[in-house]
Design a protein. Structure first.
Length: 100
């Protein structure tokens, strides 16, 4: 598939790129080559190949979920910038303007 100069300029405008004339010519050729390669892939008969999410075998890399003692509250709050009554204290991020 041949990509023309106007198409490259349109794509550059959408991406907010300021391209030189040489870059436009270069990218037009490169994009055309990419679309030609994709076109070759589209010609392959994949009817006998089942859809797959990954070509690699699936395996769980997470450890089993087991109950265990949690971090003591004082240790969790030890490096907090501010705390009150055993809780992290943070500045409000929402105002009351939305409440009615």
């Amino acid at each position: 598939m041949k990509i023309d100069r106007a198409t490259v300029e349109h794509i550059a405008e959408l991406a907010k790129l300021d391209l030189t004339d040489d870059e436009i010519a270069l990218y037009a050729g490169q994009l055309s080559d990419i679309l030609d390669a994709v076109g070759q892939l589209e010609q392959l008969d994949t009817g006998a190949i089942p859809p797959t999410a990954s070509v690699l075998p699936l395996r769980n890399v997470f450890r089993p979920d087991r109950a265990q003692p949690s971090l003591p509250r004082d240790a969790a709050l030890a490096n907090a910038a501010d705390s009150a009554e055993g809780q992290f204290r943070v500045d409000a991020v929402l105002d009351d303007a939305g409440e009615g």
